[in-house]
Structure formats: C-alpha cells, structure tokens
Write a protein that binds this ligand. Structure first.
Ligand code: C2E
Ligand code: CA
Ligand code: CA
Ligand code: CA
Length: 279
C-alpha cells in the first residue's frame, strides 16, 4: 500500500486496480457459489464407434452466476485452483457425477461410464484416493464406471509420485484417462509405465484432420500407439461427418463432440438416453 497521508493508505493504483478488483470479486463470489448451489454439471455423450451408441459421458462444470449468467470453466477453474477452492469444488463434482451415473444406471439406461476432470491440486491432494473410495461406496457406483481425466503435465511433473497415486487409484478399480493427449510432453518411456486406460486425443488435432495431412498422421499415430500399449483411444472435438469417418477408418474406439451433441444439462442428457439416440 502506498502512503498518502498520516493515516491514509491508498490500497490500489489505477494501473493495477481494474483486473485485480475483478479477480477479487470473482474470488469472493466463487467462495459463496458452492454454498449457494450455483454450480451444475453438464454432460457430453461419449459414443462407441463400433456400436454407434452412447456408452458414457464427460461431466463438465458450469457456474450459474447471479449477475453474469453462465460462466465458462475456463474463467474460474484457474482461480479455484490458485485459491484452493478447487478441492471442495472438485469433491462436489466427483460426488455429483457419480450419483448421477448411478441413478441413470438404476433407471435401466445402461452401464454408463462417467468421466470427471481432475485438477493438478486435486490430483496431488493427500486424501484423494480415500475420498474417491468413499464417494464410490456411498453412491454404490461400480469403480470401473468412474473415469478420471488427468493431463500429461500432471503426470509428467513428478512421474514417480504420479505412478504411486495412479497405482492406488487403479487399486480401487477406477479408469484413468490422459486428457488433451499430444499437447503436453509425455515421455513414451514413462507412458508405458503408467497404469492408465485411455488416451484422449486433443481436439486441436481433430479439427483439421480431413484437410491437414500432418494432423491426420498425428491422429493415426496416436490411435496405433494407444492400441499397441493396450489402451483405449477416444477423440474429442468431433464436429463433422468427415472427421468421424476418418476416426472410424483408423480404428479409434470412441468419440465426443458437437457432431453428436454439445454438453447438456442432466435432464436433456437423460432424454437422449431414453430416445436411444445413436450415430
Ligand atoms: P476439457 O476437459 O478438454 O473439455 C472439453 C471442452 O471442449 C469442453 O469445454 C467442451 O464443452 C468442449 N467441446 C466438446 N466438444 C466440442 C466440439 O466438438 N468442438 C469444440 N470446439 N469444443 C468442444 P468446457 O466445458 O468449456 O470446459 C473447458 C475446460 O474446463 C475443460 O477442458 C476442462 O479442462 C475444464 N473443466 C471443465 N469442467 C471441469 C471440472 O469439473 N473440473 C476441472 N478441474 N476442470 C474442468
Ligand atoms: Ca476433459
Ligand atoms: Ca480435453
Ligand atoms: Ca487399468
């Protein structure tokens, strides 16, 4: 703080005020949002490319802010991470997604698998494995129906520690997928040692798959890499029939993207399941 008079302190200067204030406001709002139940999960179908049917979904968080309306996760996940709020928020996401999956299963809508994004801070949190185990037990969801999405940087940051955590998670029986695969710095040597189940091809490679031969080659390579490591492979950001066709021709196992459906609220997702919507 800058001293302006005897007992007067000017706490911010015009240069720093605008953005810092906006951040502070959002941070304050974020703290209240969990209590005030302003978060909800949307679900985006994951479609099996052999059967053409929905076999699972990714849970994606949304913030219904009282003044700003729907706030995208890109605008608040980083802040939640920095402030530590991601820990209770992430726990809420895991619990809500598992309860939803179980309730759709119980309604006879199929053995759905739900994918949940974990943040770096959640991943290295001491009691992660215990808290996931608790949620699964309380919801009665079969562990293999929960898939945790992690990024390459989370895994490669401290590989030995990551291997330890992954082994414990694998011990519970949950599935692990590597999100945004290809955008980080995975070492193939390490990839082989990690107990993971799924590679998720980043949407930046899928986008130009039918016009850019380099992207086409990258995607084809990731699919065959995954299969030779006995991993499943799913493509995200699939928006066109051409992209879908390429992925199917190259043996990709599953896909997710606007071509099939955007992420939608739970009731709309349930309607898709009841209709038996397929490719
Ligand atoms: P992500 O995990 O890579 O999620 C995929 C993003 O791509 C989602 O954006 C989704 O709506 C969008 N998407 C899906 N299909 C298409 C498509 O065909 N075309 C295009 N252009 N985009 C598509 P969203 O929901 O805004 O989420 C952004 C990011 O926020 C996520 O990226 C994830 O990193 C993070 N996030 C979302 N929910 C959570 C959460 O519950 N916890 C944590 N830690 N992070 C979350
Ligand atoms: Ca994801
Ligand atoms: Ca992704
Ligand atoms: Ca496994």
């Amino acid at each position: 703080a800058k001293e302006t008079g005897r007992n007067n302190y000017q706490f911010y200067t015009p240069a720093m005020n605008e953005r810092a204030l906006e951040r502070l406001r959002l941070e304050g709002d974020l703290r209240l949002a969990l209590e005030h139940r302003q978060f909800e999960l949307h679900y985006q179908p994951q479609v099996d490319l052999c059967t053409g049917k929905i076999h699972g979904m990714e849970a994606l968080i949304r913030w219904q802010h009282p003044a700003y309306g729907m706030v995208a996760p890109a605008r608040f996940i980083g802040l939640a991470e920095e402030t530590g709020l991601i820990v209770p928020l992430g726990a809420w996401v895991v619990r809500t997604a598992c309860m939803q999956a179980k309730s759709w299963q119980d309604a006879g809508l199929g053995e759905l698998r739900v994918a949940v994004n974990l943040s770096a801070r959640q991943f290295t949190q001491k009691d992660l494995v215990k808290s996931i185990a608790n949620v699964l037990r309380e919801c009665g969801l079969a562990p293999h129906c929960l898939e945790l999405e992690l990024t390459e940087s989370m895994l490669m940051d401290d590989v030995e520690r990551a291997i330890g955590i992954l082994r414990d998670l694998a011990g519970l029986g949950v599935q692990i997928s590597v999100d945004d695969f290809g955008t980080g710095y995975s070492s193939l040597a390490y990839l082989k040692r990690l107990p993971i189940d799924v590679l998720k091809i980043d949407q930046s490679f899928v986008r130009d798959i039918s016009i850019d031969p380099d992207d086409a080659a990258i995607v084809a390579t990731i699919v065959s890499l995954a299969h030779s490591l006995r991993l499943q492979v799913i493509a995200e950001g699939v928006e066109t029939a051409e992209q879908l066709e390429f992925l199917r021709d190259h043996g990709c196992d599953a896909m997710q993207g606007y071509y099939f459906s955007k992420p939608v609220p739970a009731d709309q997702f349930e309607a898709m399941l009841r209709q038996g919507k397929c490719l």
